[in-house]
Write a protein that binds this ligand. Structure first.
Ligand code: 9WO
Length: 244
């Protein structure tokens, strides 16, 4: 399942270049019975199954032991769950500075609560929806974190100009042809004036953010040029000009 992360794209290249290492631990390898059971019926009844505490406890302990051998003392351990703290770029930038991360992906209806008593697990959510397991959220988190590792991106500045890198939504992008079936690309982007291009992109980013995600602007400090552009935009809004 994790081949999408470890074998493809930016994250795949980072793994190949050994900028990071991703290791997998199967709770089934930490079972004692012949069937390698990792789940059981929930106490109190109800549908579905719950992941057994013992295989998860043993697996997490084994991971910690290996990390200790490698000099990592108290790794951050994260259980991917809809009950967790919402993943955002600030958390991603926090996590990329960690020497190691231990991610726990649940299946079925979830894990026995006593896993939390045995290990200090943070809960992280990638959004308010229920999936079939924590693996895809783990991959989402890892993709976001790995692309922030220095050297992971081909272009040195690609990360800085990413959406959210500056707390703003991304600006629109254009490439050839200049004119597609009468749909024109903005001339400013082809004029060769880099200062004007930067100003246009910032203006677009501010405008989009103000319209689509005003919450992002609430706690964000504004530079003088940003304030100037935003004031311009607000003036235009009052006069009811076109979209963005
Ligand atoms: C199932 C369920 C059914 C009815 C009402 C609430 C419910 N919650 C769950 C549930 O959390 N199931 C999980 C499936 C158990 C752990 C792994 N699974 C999971 C993780 N689904 N979705 C996530 C997840 C993780 C991080 N961010 C978003 C979703």
């Amino acid at each position: 399942m994790f081949a999408a992360l470890t074998q493809f794209g930016v994250s795949g290249r980072a793994v190949k270049q050994q900028l990071c290492c991703v290791k997998f631990w199967n709770p089934r390898d930490f079972t004692q019975d012949n069937y390698h059971t990792v789940d059981d019926r929930p106490f109190g009844g109800g549908p579905g199954m719950v992941m057994l505490v013992e295989p998860l406890d043993l697996a997490l302990t084994a991971v910690k032991t290996e990390l200790l051998r490698r000099g990592v003392v108290a790794p951050r351990m994260i259980y991917l769950s809809p009950q967790g703290r919402r993943l955002d770029q600030a958390l991603v930038e926090e996590l990329v500075r960690e020497p190691a991360l231990v991610l726990l992906a649940g299946r079925y209806e979830g894990i026995d609560e006593r896993v939390f008593a045995r290990h200090r697990l943070e809960e992280v959510s990638i959004g308010d929806y229920v999936l079939s397991g924590g693996e895809l959220p783990a991959m989402v988190l890892l993709d976001a974190v790995i692309r922030q590792i220095p050297g992971a991106l081909g272009h040195a500045d690609s990360a800085r100009e990413d959406s959210f890198a500056d707390g703003l939504l991304d600006c629109p992008h254009y490439t050839r042809p200049e004119d597609y079936l009468g749909l024109k690309s903005p001339p400013v982007l082809r004029g060769g004036n880099h200062a004007e291009v930067s100003r246009w992109r910032l203006r677009q980013a501010l405008s989009r953010t103000a319209r689509r995600r005003p919450d992002l602007l609430e706690h964000r400090a504004m530079s003088p040029v940003e304030l100037e552009l935003l004031t311009e935009l607000l003036g235009e809004n009052h006069r009811e000009t076109g979209p963005e």
